[in-house]
Design a protein around this ligand. Structure first.
Ligand SMILES: [Zn+2]
Length: 106
């Protein structure tokens, strides 16, 4: 039996842009970037595809993980793409600060 092809439940880009405005109030959404759902990866919660200027969220893990945190994590990659910011203390600090701003805990 053929498995049904994955159909994304929505286009999350416009919602992601609203979240971005709260998370990073002094920056603007980088040109041409979008956010999309893909069925599954098996290795990551999300993925930042610099070539396609796309943040990919994996739908299979979404119920088991904080999608907002994943999205903000990938946004930090997105806006620091040119600077080569790697995972680490500074990266985490940016994610946590942005997450708090979105939740209004700032
Ligand atoms: Zn990462």
């Amino acid at each position: 039996m053929k498995k049904p092809k994955f159909k994304a439940p929505n286009n999350p880009t416009s919602l992601a842009k609203q979240i971005f405005a709260l998370a990073f109030p002094h920056q603007s959404w980088p040109r041409y970037w979008k956010v999309e759902w893909q069925a599954k990866c098996g290795c990551f919660w999300g993925w930042c595809d610099y070539q396609r200027k796309t943040i990919v969220l994996f739908h299979d893990v979404a119920p088991h993980h904080d999608v907002l945190e994943t999205l903000i994590h990938e946004m930090v990659h997105m806006i620091n793409a040119g600077w080569g910011l790697k995972h680490g203390k500074e990266f985490e600090r940016l994610v946590v600060a942005a997450y708090r701003r979105v939740l209004g805990e700032d």
